[in-house]
Write a protein that binds this ligand. Structure first.
Ligand code: ADP
Ligand code: MG
Length: 454
């Protein structure tokens, strides 16, 4: 399914919901799935990347030098498609799996197109989370090594004061999260009246977090005449609406179906009871001390509990979730990135889009709620062609959800025999559970079923 088809499919759902009364008529022509409000003017680029080198693109030497410094030899497929079209000034809709190099796909043309002699915010990049915004800002710093453009990071959780100072120094590029950017716009610290390029990164996630209204208000504060680059893994109907409203005659491109994991990721799952998961995780951490593990939990509470438990057993782990202050989150990310600590326990929101390229193993401590989340999680490893593994713990209550997800995503995944893989005697809680295994057992009554989902 190419991107246009998938967009059409998603829009079909929304259209038929809205215009329920008209559904009957489409029954007459079941083969025609074309909904009325699909933009017919969207040009589509086929997913082949004929361009093999950055210097075949129309990029300036400043940019080529910066890319060389970054160690990038050849463009990734999404870069090969997006950069030339973005350089022409076209609006883009890009669909690509995580780790495919989207940041440079929009970053390079943005930096190349801006006039460094102008002192105004010329480019605005919106990201769903602070960490992601920070990473994108860091990439912009690198891309602007040889071109005197300044980047400001405008995210929540840090004092507005410092960010206002940054803006007052004169920045041409603003990278931020919608909430704080909008605050700055409303309080008139940030003027978007000169924006020439707007980028929506991980747009579906931005909407999912509830930024739809903020994003719309921000876009309304930018000039009508501008270039818009939109990147997203999925295209739910509200996002399509935004795309139709704010993108002019866009080119859409997708390098991969979103429902597909990078082929460099080996996927496994194993049966583990909910209460045995900490022990199983410890065994796994013990087995391969060189591995860099990112473990996903379902909630902040679960993150804290697991991290505490592991720390108590003197396993050095870091934890990350949306409840931490920005300076703390930043410190944690730095510690993890520099490789001092080799395991990070996190929630989905905290880990979405994070570029931690050295992660060798993703552990789904909790089964993700959706296939999309699963793919995003495991996409944190196997980045840019490196090898990675993903392992999911599946407890009996999650088995059906899991089976459904595996079938839905046609996942190429191997079940590991828990006891064989972890070795005998891995369950420290074994004795305890046996004692409490009766119907009204203590352990059981302290663990209501809903706990697992909370
Ligand atoms: P996405 O936003 O699509 O998830 P990123 O932009 O974060 O992906 O890039 C993923 C990883 O790939 C990063 O570590 C980045 O440095 C690396 N990368 C990006 N472009 C290239 C390239 N052309 N060659 C090699 N590595 C690249
Ligand atoms: Mg990204």
């Amino acid at each position: 399914m190419n991107i246009i088809q998938s967009i059409q499919k998603e829009s079909t759902i929304s259209t038929s919901k809205k215009k329920g009364g008209k559904r009957g008529s489409s029954k007459d022509r079941p083969s025609s799935r074309k909904p009325p409000r699909i933009p017919t003017n969207w040009e589509q680029l086929p997913p082949d990347d004929k361009i093999e080198r950055f210097d075949e693109m129309d990029l300036s030497d400043d940019l080529l030098d910066a890319l060389e410094d970054m160690g990038f030899e050849k463009p990734t497929p999404i870069q090969a498609l997006a950069i030339p079209k973005a350089l022409e000034g076209r609006d883009l809709v890009g669909k690509a799996e995580t780790g495919s190099g989207k940041t440079v796909a929009f970053g390079a043309p943005v930096v190349d197109r801006l006039n460094e002699h102008r002192v105004a915010v010329l480019a605005l990049v919106l990201c769903p989370t602070r960490e992601l915004a920070l990473q994108v800002a860091e990439v912009f710093e690198e891309l602007t090594t040889y071109k005197p453009l300044r980047t400001a990071l405008i995210v929540g959780g840090e004092p507005m004061r410092d960010q206002i100072k940054e803006l007052q120094k004169g920045c041409q590029i603003v990278v931020g999260t919608p909430g704080r950017v909008l605050d700055m716009v409303r309080e008139k610290w940030l003027s978007l009246g000169w924006v020439e390029i707007a980028v929506l990164d991980e747009a579906d996630e931005m909407l999912e977090i509830g930024f739809l209204d903020d994003v719309t208000e921000i876009l309304e504060a930018t000039p009508k005449e501008k270039q818009v680059l939109l990147f997203s893994a999925t295209f739910p109907p509200p996002l399509m609406k935004i795309a139709e409203k704010y993108l002019k005659n866009p080119i859409s491109m997708g390098v991969n179906k979103s429902s597909k994991a990078a082929s460099t990721i080996e996927q496994f799952w194993m049966k583990v009871r909910a209460e045995d998961r900490p022990d199983a995780m410890i065994r796994i951490l013990d087995q391969d001390e060189d591995a860099v593990t990112l473990a996903f939990c379902e909630s902040r509470l679960e993150v804290e509990r697991l991290a505490k438990r592991l720390k108590r057993l003197s396993y050095p782990v870091l934890s990350l979730h949306g409840g931490y202050d920005q300076p703390v989150r930043r410190k944690i990310m730095d510690q993890f990135r520099t490789g001092k600590i080799r395991a990070l326990v996190a929630t989905d929101v905290a880990a979405r889009g994070l570029d931690i390229s050295h992660v060798t193993r993703v552990l789904n401590y909790a089964v993700p709620r959706t296939l999309e989340t699963y793919l995003h999680r495991i996409g944190r490893t196997g980045r840019a062609g490196a090898k990675g593994t993903a392992l999911t713990f599946v407890s009996p209550t999650k088995q059906r959800d899991w089976d459904r997800m595996v079938a839905q995503g046609k996942l190429d995944i191997t079940e590991l025999e828990t006891d064989d893989y972890l070795g005998k005697g891995w369950k420290q809680s074994e004795g305890r559970r046996e004692r409490d295994s009766g119907r009204g057992g203590r352990e059981r009554s302290r663990r209501p079923r809903s706990r697992e989902r909370s």
